[in-house]
Design a protein around this ligand. Structure first.
Ligand code: UDP
Length: 550
């Protein structure tokens, strides 16, 4: 009721919202289509239609297609049915079945799994067992979050699993995505791996702009996903295992526990950051017990890992009221109940953090942690691909790099969703210009790529592009960064130290200029074992680079 209220006031601007839940068979569907068309023509009403795909008959599928094409304003609500071995059940009860005639829609909107009776749960579990013994193929469902830094590692693991074979893979997909880059990459994934099942997931209405004005759109998407996560139960039911993102952990893990589906977290940052996420709630509880009079969060001394100074924490964590902080604390408390962690790192890079997590020093009884990094690009995962050959060969940026001397170019990039202010852009531009270095700068001026309408020349200031012509290239386009980093022309990487960028930069000197999120923690890993501070690092790298170039 509250949701309906919210939807009425938020989504539909006071317009009523009618949801049609038709059944199967053309005799049932046609009257629905007619009724819906009439209502649509009448206007002043939001309409959604619960749709089960694939339909029983081709005719039904054709009619659904035509219908949604004709009335694009109607919202299609995809419903995935619970597993139901109709053939076996009806054969037992009634002899030969009448073709598929009794598809049962269990619940819509799906209730939380908790609201099912014990008998219902038992029958679902029995169906799961039937399904696995019939198919004999494990089915892994991925529930990723949002933002390219979160999606790319998922796509890489999904691609690796799909190449490996012997497993059915489905991917919970929320469309439209926040950014165009995410949409492009989803399209590419499903085109490249047609065997992967796309499970469309529709979010509940959430007036993010009103509730959290001015917040990062990706953080808001995480929140929207979290608020709709209870609807995932029926989608998850029947799968062999779930792999989800840490941003959704506190909502997805309990659902999986409830239906006895193993749930792993694919952690897209470093193991040190994982130890911080796991330990941060304990740190706050300890502060509470000590009634710490400091008033602040303070340095976080992660047992067995390292002490992270307050100034090196993700800065939103200093304010416990921030949405990011609340999400992180919730997730941090719940992740101890996951069945395991897959982390994009490797033992040689983070031996201390991995050992502390595995030995239960960070949090006693912490689930198993598997270091599966560095993850290989999903665009170059075929066994035939030659790892040394840059996949970006032939792109305009790669062609430009081809013309530059070996190890002469500073590659400057700050990830996919870290907008640099115009003031900073001018400062960086001035620095690059006066350094005399060759450079390739992948510039993002907005958090969401779709909002980026600025002209390069305007952002960079009068004459900059002319003055650096030949030795400097600036682009706002999406580039295949991993491939570019393998290009022999690149000699130094100036990075915001997003974890994917750091791990892809192996072999290229990295100058870390950490921004928000986990960047500072990642930067400490980059220099792990050393006691450099940022300025020392900067001078070390620049000195080395200048020597190399001369
Ligand atoms: N990326 C890319 N091309 C671009 C921008 C970003 O390939 O034009 C990739 C980059 O290689 C990395 C990811 O997007 O894999 C960004 O993740 P990261 O953890 O480095 O930073 P975030 O954007 O999450 O802060």
């Amino acid at each position: 009721m509250a949701l309906q209220e919210a939807q009425r006031s938020v989504d539909c601007g006071g317009v009523p919202h009618v949801m049609f839940i038709p059944s199967a068979g053309m005799g049932h569907l046609l009257p629905f289509f007619r009724m819906i068309a009439a209502l649509y023509g009448h206007g002043a009403v939001v309409i959604s239609v619960v749709t089960v795909l694939p339909t029983v008959s081709v005719t039904e599928a054709d009619h659904f297609d035509q219908f949604f094409e004709k009335f694009p304003g109607i919202r299609r609500v995809d419903l995935n049915l619970l597993p139901f071995d109709a053939a076996a059940e009806f054969l037992r009860r009634h002899g030969p079945p009448a073709e598929h005639s009794s598809i049962v829609i269990c619940h819509y909107p799906p209730p939380t799994y908790q609201s099912l009776t014990r008998a219902q749960r038992r029958s679902i579990m029995a169906l799961q067992e039937t399904q696995s013994s019939v198919d004999g193929v494990p089915h892994v469902m991925f529930i990723p979050s949002a933002g390219m830094g979160h999606l790319l590692p998922f796509f890489r693991v999904i691609a690796a699993l799909s190449y490996h074979g012997g497993v059915e893979v489905s991917v919970v997909t929320v469309l439209p995505t926040v950014s165009a880059a995410e949409a492009d990459h989803f399209t590419e994934l499903f085109a490249k791996f047609p065997g992967i099942r796309r499970v469309d997931f529709h979010l509940l209405p959430f007036d993010a702009a009103a509730e959290f004005p001015g917040h990062d759109p990706f953080l808001l998407r995480w929140e929207a996903l979290r608020r709709s996560a209870h609807l995932l139960g029926p989608l998850i039911t029947g799968v062999s295992a779930v792999i989800t993102d840490v941003t959704l952990a506190s909502h997805v893990i309990p659902i999986c526990k409830d239906i006895h589906v193993p749930c792993h977290v694919l952690f897209v940052s470093c193991a040190t950051m994982l130890s911080l996420v796991a330990y941060f709630p304990v740190h706050l509880d300890n502060n509470q017990k000590k009634k710490a009079a400091t008033g602040g969060v303070g340095d976080v001394d992660i047992p067995g890992v390292r002490c992270i100074a307050q100034s090196w924490l993700p800065q939103p964590l200093l304010d416990l009221e921030k949405l990011f902080t609340k999400q992180l604390i919730d997730n941090g408390r719940e992740i101890t109940k996951a069945d395991g962690f897959l982390v994009n790192t490797f033992d040689a890079l983070e031996p201390v953090a991995l050992a502390a997590l595995r030995d239960g020093k960070v949090v006693p009884g912490f689930p198993p942690v598997y270091a599966i990094g560095p993850l290989k690009s999903h665009t170059s995962s075929t066994s035939n691909d030659n790892d040394d050959k840059p996949a970006a060969a032939g792109s305009p940026v790669a062609c430009w790099l081809d013309e530059q001397p070996v190890k002469s170019v500073v590659y400057v990039a700050f990830g996919n969703r870290n907008a640099v202010t115009h003031e900073q852009i001018r400062e960086i531009a001035a620095g690059l210009e006066s350094s005399g270095c060759r450079f390739l700068w992948v510039l993002k001026t907005t958090t969401v790529d779709r909002d980026d309408a600025a002209e390069l020349a305007d952002v960079l200031g009068d004459g900059f592009l002319d003055r650096v012509q030949g030795r400097g290239l600036v682009t706002k386009a999406w580039v295949d960064q991993e491939a570019l980093l393998k290009h022999p022309g690149v000699g130094l990487f100036l990075s915001h130290s997003g974890w994917n960028s750091v791990t892809a930069a192996a072999g290229v000197p990295l100058l870390a200029w950490p921004g928000g999120g986990d960047h500072r923690v990642n930067a400490t890993v980059v220099v792990s074992g050393k006691s450099y501070n940022c300025l020392e690092l900067l001078s070390i790298f620049l000195k080395g680079f200048a020597n190399d170039c001369t």
